[in-house]
Design a protein around this ligand. Structure first.
Ligand code: CAA
Ligand code: NAD
Length: 283
């Protein structure tokens, strides 16, 4: 994918990882965020990750330098106006994402695909605020992006076959496996994962067991690499709550009601690993 240009919007946990895998696969990447601190943090996270890969002899030092040189960080959307593909990875809020999609539609060349890394929100609705809904698609990477093989690909009502084929091919060029799903709240991944995490939070809320015990049961008993509370911290408790709210509202079914303890943690700023405190505390 030499000379192809990608723009990544949002340099949080996901945006940085997405930029890293794109640049490692020879895309020229424009990495955008509103917040300059988030941009610096994202770039240094990518550097750390690539340095580890050099230490483990997975890549050579010159490859690391070439990869880093392909990433241009910016706070100006117009630096990506000639991108072939844009991948949005900002906060999981439909109204904020719609505003960004409206702007991107005006700024980025009309042939470009606009993809969203949303965990649960409607791709059809994001497409509807643009003049190119056939070029809007979900490209849902998993955390941590450099490690996880899956990209859940979500076709909105108007997404064209051509756009889907292009995203399938780009996903494969990143060494990932695309899995096509339909555009319903939470798609497949979070329709199944997030109620499990929410239920683990209810178990804690109801005093069924300690957080360590709940995590241990799922790690040792079900062979999950992380317990559900540890995983919730890893994803971000704000993101977990947003996803549960999308499921609850989208299906109108109380089985998806977010646990009050999750709401309390988010209101209190206990957002998980990214702010060093959630269900657990981090160094
Ligand atoms: N970036 C790059 N590489 C990373 C990494 C990161 N952030 N974190 C871990 N790795 C690499 C390590 O370097 C290591 O590589 P090698 O095997 O080549 O040495 C490998 O991953 C394993 O890492 P560790 O030995 O440090 O730790 P681990 O064995 O405990 O694995 C983990 C860490 C991969 C994160 C594992 O705990 C895991 O798979 N956890 C569950 C992750 C998960 O469920 N993700 C999905 C979340 S849901 C989602 O993403 C969707 C959504 O919308 C919310
Ligand atoms: P995060 O909170 O780590 O980062 C969000 C970033 O977006 C921040 O750097 C913030 O400054 C930036 N931002 C917010 N509003 C913006 C705007 N209007 N314009 C530009 N930048 C803006 O979030 P994250 O965990 O990286 O999640 C990002 C997206 O990826 C969400 O849609 C989330 O649901 C999805 N996702 C998250 C995970 C996960 O495990 N965290 C996994 C898959 C998908």
């Amino acid at each position: 994918m030499e000379n192809r240009k990608a723009m990544v919007i949002g340099t949080g946990q996901m945006g940085a990882g997405i930029a890293q895998v794109l640049a490692s696969a020879s895309y020229n990447v424009v990495l955008y965020d509103l917040d300059t601190q988030a941009l610096q943090k994202g770039i240094s996270k990518i550097e750390t990750s690539l340095k580890k890969a050099v230490q483990k002899e997975k890549i050579k030092e010159c490859e690391m330098n070439e990869t880093l040189a392909r990433i241009q960080d910016t706070t100006s959307l117009s630096n990506g106006d000639d991108a072939d593909i844009v991948i949005e990875a900002i906060v999981e809020n439909l109204e904020v994402k719609k505003e960004v999609f409206k702007k991107l539609d005006q700024i980025v060349k009309k042939e470009a695909i606009l993809a969203s890394n949303t965990s649960a929100l409607s791709i059809t609705e994001l497409g509807s605020v643009t003049k190119r809904p056939e070029k809007v698609i979900g490209m849902h990477f998993m955390n941590p992006v450099p490690v996880m093989k899956l990209v859940e690909v979500i076709r909105g009502l108007s997404t064209s076959e051509e756009t889907y084929k292009e995203i399938k091919s780009i996903t494969e060029s990143l060494g990932k496996v695309p899995v096509l799903v339909k555009d319903f709240p939470g798609f497949v991944s979070n329709r199944i994962l997030m109620p499990m995490i929410n239920e683990a939070i209810y178990a804690l809320y109801e005093g069924i067991a300690s957080k360590e015990a709940i995590d241990e049961v799922m790690k040792l008993g079900m062979n999950h690499p992380m317990g559900p509370l540890q995983l919730a911290d890893f994803i971000g408790l704000d993101t977990c709550l947003f996803i549960m709210e999308v499921l609850h509202e989208g299906f109108g079914d109380d089985k998806y009601r977010p646990c009050p303890l999750l709401k309390q943690y988010v209101k209190g700023g206990y957002l998980g690993h990214k702010v060093k405190r959630g269900f657990y505390e981090y160094e």
